[in-house]
Design a protein around this ligand. Sequence first.
Ligand SMILES: NC(=O)C1=CN([C@@H]2O[C@H](COP(=O)(O)OP(=O)(O)OC[C@H]3O[C@@H](n4cnc5c(N)ncnc54)[C@H](OP(=O)(O)O)[C@@H]3O)[C@@H](O)[C@H]2O)C=CC1
Ligand SMILES: CC(C)(CO)C(=O)C(=O)O
Length: 316
Amino acid sequence: MTDRKYLKDFTILGPGGVGGVLAGLLAREAPGDGGDGGDDHRVRVVASESTAQRITTDGLRVESEAFGDFTVRPDARAKLTERTDVLFVAVKGTTLDAALERISADAVEDALIVPLLNGFEHVETLRSRFPRAHVVSASILVSASRPAAGRIQHTGPVTSIEMAGPAAVADRLDTLAATLRAAGVGVDILDSEDGVLWKKYSFLLPAALVCAHTRLPIGEARVTHRATMVDILREARSVAAVRGVAIDPDEVLKVADSRPAHVKPSLLFDLENGHPMEVDALGGALLRAARDAGIDTPVTARIVADLEAVNNARTA
Ligand SMILES: NC(=O)C1=CN([C@@H]2O[C@H](COP(=O)(O)OP(=O)(O)OC[C@H]3O[C@@H](n4cnc5c(N)ncnc54)[C@H](OP(=O)(O)O)[C@@H]3O)[C@@H](O)[C@H]2O)C=CC1
Ligand SMILES: CC(C)(CO)C(=O)C(=O)O
């Protein structure tokens, strides 16, 4: 088996808001803007045919308040068939299954897979699909969007990742963290995989559902619809408890209160821009886990139904 302790080859599936910032920062540190490897690391993106073509022709442009504006030229392609050391998965939950068709199981044999999606069900999806890879749990705090293929806007000062994985890949996670930090990304490695996922999810679920439902940014939603956010948070806490994850609502509300007032969760951003919303990966996932545990989640269920109706009306 290849020694992947020294990680050299990075692939980002989905160079959109999140994946584009990450690919841009990593490629900026690589020789030839990510294209040629050498003694250092190599960065490639896997995207739809048209996006891969666009990035090949024009490069990947990142416009960032924190890192400045820059263009990199990572290898861009529509399929991954050669082996990689790390695969970041940065597509939306709505397109995960289709996007994974682009990744050959042999290419990620013994690789680290780091999914950056919001939600939690995708970790199991990836583990069943790629049993010979090491899928870790991760979450990213960033605010980014993709106004056009290959053009990424990054707002605000923060880009940080929390990760946790099995002991067998602890060294590799440390090596990955060092590479990411060198590229400008904050990294914390935590002890618990569920802890990483639910720390982000317990904040994001109430914030995203309430902001999208009311069409308000977080600053207004957390004041005018605080009771609904707290109801959803309590429902999420009950489900998390069954999985052995403790959520402290006061701590989560502190996180929600600390986010800049203008922040719009990507669910609201997608609603406003006519894109499919990740309602199922966020709210639907809680309803499924609650049903399995025999827990009532009426407030989440009502808001998920309303938002799914919007999603369905768009695709009808
Ligand atoms: N945006 C944010 O600030 C944050 C988002 N997140 C989470 O990160 C995840 C990604 O979100 P975000 O970056 O906003 O999403 P975007 O829509 O900006 O980017 C998704 C990318 O996936 C690509 N894609 C879609 N379908 C396929 C496919 N079939 N094959 C290959 N590539 C595909 C898109 O390609 P194309 O360019 O061709 O359309 C796009 O580049 C979500 O789960 C989100 O909740 C987490 C924290 C913050
Ligand atoms: C709220 C935000 C922007 C924080 O990173 C986020 O994670 C999302 O909307 O997906």
